[in-house]
Design a protein around this ligand. Structure first.
Ligand SMILES: Cc1ncc(COP(=O)(O)O)c(C=O)c1O
Length: 249
């Protein structure tokens, strides 16, 4: 995509549709850009023509009953993506590959799936529609971007904010065994997901086969709450925009 065309089109569209931007507390305008191939052709090859579109939809508060932790199901039966595959880009194939595991998780009473790496099924990758962070022994750890997970915007924002606050950060490979060991020795303080819609989604429980992992006391952790308040505050213009993230229309 031509970035300038993308950005100017987006700004123009939101300006045209400004009456649809909801203004009550915690609501937002969800923006979904997407692109489809339009060659009149049946077969497997890249298209020569494409259509780029943007859907705008007003949405209500993500946490209408307050900031609530979620419980997550770790799968080692299915895999979402592998290094050298499509995992790092936002393409429908990744989501198609995730649907069956998500159904299993829902049936078991969990909201989303935590994916492990496609080869050894031991390294943590990401959650269905979120990147994942752990706070272990006061250090913030998130899987490094090595080609099989999405480099989310919110992940990037969290890393920038945590760095500014002087917190210790590790972008690295982390195994589910390490997380379980941290839980067992009492150093697993927090787990949270990051994504555009939820911003920060605190995790109260991971179910990994017959094991249950509960960070801290299972309630919203201090760092999760502080990050949510900060990023949400910048988005709603309630706080200083230290990183120059906001565009006024
Ligand atoms: C697979 C996956 N990972 C991570 C994310 C979070 O990305 P972002 O913070 O850019 O919303 C998403 C968001 O849709 C996602 O679908």
């Amino acid at each position: 995509m031509n970035e300038d065309l993308f950005y100017q089109g987006l700004i123009k569209l939101i300006d045209l549709e400004r009456d649809w931007v909801p203004s009550s507390e915690e609501t937002s305008l969800y923006i979904r850009p997407f692109i489809i191939a339009t060659d009149p052709y049946v077969g497997v090859r890249p298209s020569n023509t494409y259509k780029f579109m943007i859907i705008l939809s007003p949405v209500g508060a993500y946490y209408p009953e307050g900031f609530k932790p979620v419980s997550i199901y770790v799968t080692d039966k299915y895999v979402r993506a592998v290094k050298g595959g499509l995992g790092a880009v936002k393409t429908p194939a990744n989501y198609a590959a995730s649907l069956l595991a998500a159904e299993d998780a829902k049936k078991a009473g969990y909201t989303q799936v935590l994916w492990l790496d496609g080869c050894e099924k031991k390294y943590i990758e990401e959650v269905g529609t979120m990147n994942i962070f752990f706070v272990i022994n006061n250090q913030i750890i998130t899987p490094a971007l090595e080609g099989s997970i999405l480099g989310g915007m919110t992940r990037d924002s969290v890393l920038k904010v945590a760095k500014k606050w002087g917190l210790e950060i590790r972008e690295d490979a982390i195994t589910i065994d390490e997380v379980y060991a941290a839980y067992q020795n009492g150093t697993l303080q927090e787990i949270f997901g990051t994504g555009t819609a939820a911003v920060i989604s605190p995790v109260s429980e991971l179910k990994w086969n017959d094991k249950i992992i509960i960070p801290g006391d299972g309630k919203v952790g201090k760092i999760s709450q502080k990050l949510y308040d900060y990023i949400n505050g910048v988005q709603y213009g309630l706080r200083n925009d230290d990183f120059n993230w906001v565009t006024e229309l």
